[in-house]
Design a protein around this ligand. Sequence first.
Ligand code: ATP
Ligand code: MG
Length: 364
Amino acid sequence: MSKVILTGDRPTGKLHIGHYVGSLRRRVELQNSGEFDDIFIMIADAQALTDNAENPEKVRQNIIEVALDYLAVGLDPAKSTLFVQSQIPELTELSFYYMNLVTVARLQRNPTVKSEIQMRDFKASIPVGFFTYPISQAADITAFKATTVPVGEDQEPMIEQCREIVHKFNSIYGEALVEPKILLPDNKACLRLPGTDGQAKMSKSIGNCIYLSESPESIKKKVMSMFTDPNHLRVEDPGEVENNPVFIYLTAFARDEHFAEFAPDYANLDEMKAHYQRGGLGDVKVKKFLNNVLQAELEPIRKRREEFQKDIPYVYDVLKKGSEVAEERAAQTLSDVKKAMKIDYFSDEELIAMQSAKYQENND
Ligand code: ATP
Ligand code: MG
C-alpha cells in the first residue's frame, strides 16, 4: 500500500511556533525523508469558514499568509502538493455521505469540539457547519487515502472519529477507504505548546502567539514579558520548570549547540533546569537565552519568507496547480465511494441490464 500524508492548517492567521513544533517541522522532515509516495498539505479555508462565516475577508487574506509560512519553513511544491480545500468540491460531497455514518451524540462527545465551542463562546448558537467539522475533516483525510496524519495533540479526537467513519463505511459498503494513523510529535513539549500568556494552547484565535514571521524586536518583547513560575519571586528561590512556558519552549526548541553558543555555563537543558529548580537562576537570564534560541531558529524562516513575498503571483500559482492535482486525486476517491455505495447508476451496466430484464419479463 502506498504511504500518503494529508495534513493542513486553518487560514485564520499567520502560523506560529506552536504549529511549527506541533506539525510543520515534522512535515518538512517527512517530506525530505523520501519515505512517502505522496504528501498533501491543505489550507483548510472551508473549515475556517465554519466559525468565521461573518468574516470571510479574514479567511481570504490569510490564504497567502499560510502559504508563505509553508514555503518559508521548507515545504517544497516539487515534493509536496500544497492546495486550498474549497477548490476541491469532491470534499464537500464526501462529507455529505459521511454525515449518515455519524450520530449527533458522537459529535457532542468529541472533546476538542467541546472545548472549542466553549472557547468561541457559541453558547446555544453553534453553527451546524462548525459542529460537523470533524466529519468534513474525515472527508479531507480519506479523499487522499492518507495513511499518516502529522498533527498536534488537539487533533487526536478528529483522527479517532475519522477512523470510526472509515471503519463504518468499509463494513457497510466494502473496503473503499483507508484508515489513517495520527503521527504526534515525539517531544512531549511539542504536543500542545502553551501560549505566551501561559494558557493551555498557543492559538491564532486567542492571540497568545509568537508568529513564524515575527520581527526580531517583537520576538524579544514577547519573550521578555512571558509568563513564568509565579512563585519564583527572587533569583535565589527554587523555581518550577514543569508548567513554566519558558522552559516548555526551551524543551521544544533548545539544542545542545544553542547552549555552546548562547549559554556556555550549561552543557544542556537538563543542567539549566536543575539550576533553576534549586534556585539561583533568574527568569531574565533564562528568557534572554530563550530569545537567542528563538532568534536563531526563526531567522532563516523569516528570511526565506521575505524572498517568497517578492513574488506573490508565484505563490498563488503554486496553490492553483496544487489544487488541480489534489482535485484529480479526490475525484478518483469519490468515484470509488459512489461505486461502493451503489450510487453510480449511469455507469453500472449490470443495473441497467437487470432493470431492463425485469420490465422485459412483465411485457412478455
Ligand atoms: P485556530 O485557533 O483557528 O483553530 P490553531 O492555532 O488551533 O488555529 P489550526 O490551524 O487549528 O491552528 O491547527 C493546525 C495544526 O497545528 C494542527 O495540526 C494542530 O494540531 C497544530 N497546532 C495548533 N496549535 C498548536 C500548539 N499550540 N501546539 C502544538 N500544535 C499545535
Ligand atoms: Mg485549531
